[in-house]
Design a protein around this ligand. Sequence first.
Ligand code: MSP
Length: 509
Amino acid sequence: MNKKYYITTPIYYPSAEFHIGHCYTTIIADAISRYKRLTGYEVFFQTGSDEHGEKIEKKAAEKGVTPKEYVDKIIENAKDLWSSLNISYDYFIRTTDKNHEEAVQKIFKQLYDQGDIYKGEYKGLYCIPCESFWTESQLIEGNCPDCGRPVKEVSEEAYFFKLSKYQKRLVEFYEKNPNFILPLSRKNEMLNNFINPGLEDLCVSRTSFKWGVPVDFDTNHVVYVWVDALSNYITSLGYPNCENSLYQKFWPADLHLVGKEIVRFHVIIWPCLLMALNLPLPKQVFGHGWLKIDGGKISKSLGNYKDPREYINSYGVDAVRYYALREVPFGSDGNFSEEALISRTNSDLANNLGNLVNRTISMSHKYFDGIVLNPNISDNIDNDLKSSVLALKDIVDEKMNELKVGEAIEEIMEVLRKCNKYIDETTPWSLAKDKSKKERLATVLYNLLESIRICTILLSPFIPTTCENIFKQLNTTITDYNSITKFGALQTNNILNKPEILFTRIESK
Ligand code: MSP
């Protein structure tokens, strides 16, 4: 196998339990990973947690536990959440992993030795009681946004990374790689707001807190945020020990999938760090929109969301996955509401997919004792259906390559609607009344079963559990991607399993 694909989610801060917003990125990354695996790629799908920093240090202190104890508990819960959502990650990196910490120290030292990191002074607005630095724009009425008390201008010794040195090369890279940042609108935002006004060197160490990777040649300092966080994408692959490692196989990453607020770090700081390390740059960074609740931010303090597992328990894992993947358009913000989840599940999964599978399998049992037959008594209406089903493979592939996951799904749903319409138009129940139409009836049912099989293969990256169930009902093992280029791979004389309801209609709350 030689097609490889490396995809990452951001590493999330375990300062609090993960919510539906974190699930959103992770579900999309999972769907893309599964799709790539289906289509023959060897995939490395990575997620993880960004565990250092002052915020976590403080939260742990409030609870009277060590920062490591604090994050361990949240990570255990997060892994359980990913398993409830059927997230098929290959690696979960934690920035407290020993190999990551050692690699970060080596990276920091190398950049220092070669003159890309230098010692300077960090000036900022500091809240003494909260022990926090703030920027001018974060202040509320000139005071600390956390406690409301006045802040003081202070300076602390810090190391800086020479971001400015790489500005020209960065812009050239964007020009040579027009699809590096997606959606394209985000590229102009980066150039106009951050790069063209001139990049400032980046503060990469702190002395005001301890919970971080120590700078090994100056132990008053810990590595501050982005050098620690961004380098996760290569340390997990074994960098800087590259021989025979995953690094050789998978770097550069094909896709960093991130929320729009951290695109900036991934398309400015990260490429510049990699240039300084003389390493290849990732191929693409996709910045998706935010999932909002009732139009606003998902917020713990507002208490406007539930543990995502509550939705899974009420509606099933695939209803939640489907909603996250289908509802929010490419790159824009979207709204999460339980009402919309219910209505999406009812319309697409229960009425369209579920109903089609149930009607088809039930009729096959009723008229042919579940035996799959294909006398191939064709009509124009059949060719129409078959060509729509066969066209799907390329359409879905094109949409997925553009990361338009919701549109890819909608194309499949549209063909499933066609299948339901085909039932209404061919009226198998009337064919069944006429003995001379038995072969035509068998053909109609075969066309439906085969269409379901093909659509199910294409749906499997998005709603894997449901698709497993459909394959079981179809009693088929012919589920590989190559089997959908021709119509007719479903074995005849096979006996279908009994129909099972895939999704029951949910009553509105
Ligand atoms: N630790 C950094 C990322 C470092 S990556 C080298 C961080 N962590 S975070 O916990 O704040 O997670 C941010 C990511 O979570 C967002 O970029 C996004 O992918 C996801 N989301 C968090 N809330 C979200 C929504 N409300 N909607 C959509 N995605 C959300 O930033």
